[in-house]
Design a protein. Sequence first.
Length: 94
Amino acid sequence: MLFFVLIVGNRNVWMVQVGGDSSFLGLTVGAFSGGRLAMTILVGVLGGILTYRHIFIGAGILLIISNLLYAFAGVANSKWLIFVARIGLGLGAG
């Protein structure tokens, strides 16, 4: 059976449940900003090559995949899957 939950204020409790600690939570929160920074630079370069429509479609697909990874991270009980999903969310938001 598969359950989907919304995690808002209890991120630290959830991180401890999947095997992380407070420092890994900080790293995971910072991964979003790092992904966003990297994608902002990449979009600036790709803006002259591709149309913005293609960039927005790619970002949307990346956000969908990253959100699915983030949702399944609790089922997989993996802190690294959360980390990768947060980087992907930052890349899609950039």
